[in-house]
Design a protein around this ligand. Structure first.
Ligand code: ZN
Ligand code: ZN
Length: 279
């Protein structure tokens, strides 16, 4: 089978086009902002925290400098405030820009807030989270690759991201039959990590109560849900089309389907993209 492309997926799912256009606009604007990447931290210094379950970015032992990313986030907000194809986004970005100008410690607040400090209350938090993680994910890319090589996933097996601490946004099933593994996918920093194949990542229930909702003609995408807590995760049961199918936006229609079935999205969401869907 030919690998899917973003274009062929959008041809078959025309209602996703406004969402895809927004994501592409943000990616283009982020790519124009130069940032040097942080150095690779000493993973040996961090290994004690790793054993304890402290994600890399929250570890005081790893000391990763996120401030250059804060600067890049502010520039990205300014770019969208001065011109976006969507009026709603330009207005949200302008409100954010005004707040960040007022705030003397804005750069530090932005990055602390992105990795989980709730004391900052920005306007348009959904937009800031989306823009912020678009920048941070690019910024952290070389470091994340080094972390993937260093990390022993069998020693993590937790229901949150080892890099940034987020709950999973999706799952991917890789391998065949008895050797099949489930990876959880971070919607913020794009890390993928190993998790028990049949346990609910939200309530840790007994594996017998996990159920699958298959969707015809969706290239291996499906919905895995838990009959105890009604939480669900969108899952990609295949390999080769990760670039398209593991982006949360490309399967928003599955979230609508799950919602219609009374299931709850407990997965981390970066931005309320649903209003951009044409319905
Ligand atoms: Zn993450
Ligand atoms: Zn559950």
């Amino acid at each position: 089978m030919k690998p899917l492309t973003r274009e062929s997926w959008l041809e078959a799912h025309a209602y996703l086009q406004p969402v895809a256009a927004f994501c592409a606009e943000v990616d283009r604007a982020a790519a124009e902002i130069e940032t040097r990447s942080p150095g690779i931290p000493s993973f040996e210094d961090y290994s004690g925290d790793f054993q304890e379950g402290v994600p890399l970015l929250q570890s005081s032992q790893a000391r990763i400098d996120l401030e250059p990313a804060g600067k890049a986030v502010r520039l990205l907000v300014q770019k969208l405030a001065s011109g976006s194809s969507s009026k709603r986004i330009a207005a949200d970005a302008s409100a954010l820009d005004a707040e960040l100008r007022r705030e003397p410690e804005a750069l530090r607040h932005i990055v602390d807030w992105l990795i989980g400090d709730e004391s900052f209350t920005p306007p348009a938090p959904g937009l800031l989270r989306y823009l912020g993680w678009t920048v941070l994910s690019r910024y952290l890319c070389p470091m994340r690759a080094a972390f993937d090589r260093w990390r022993d996933d069998e020693r993590w097996l937790r229901n949150y991201c080892p890099t940034c601490g987020s709950a999973p946004a999706m799952a991917q099933l890789v391998g065949l039959d008895q050797g099949r593994k489930r990876l959880l996918v971070c919607g913020r920093c794009d890390t993928r990590w190993l998790f028990k194949r049949t346990e609910c990542p939200f309530c840790g229930n007994d594996p017998q109560r996990l159920a699958i909702l298959s969707v015809e003609g969706e290239a291996g995408l499906r919905i895995d849900y838990c009959e105890s807590c009604k939480g669900y995760l969108k899952a990609y049961a295949g390999e080769g089309n990760e670039a398209v199918l593991l982006s949360d936006w490309s399967s928003l229609h599955l979230d609508l389907l799950a919602h219609d079935r009374g299931l709850k999205r407990l997965a981390a969401s970066l931005y309320e993209l649903e209003p951009l869907l044409v319905t």
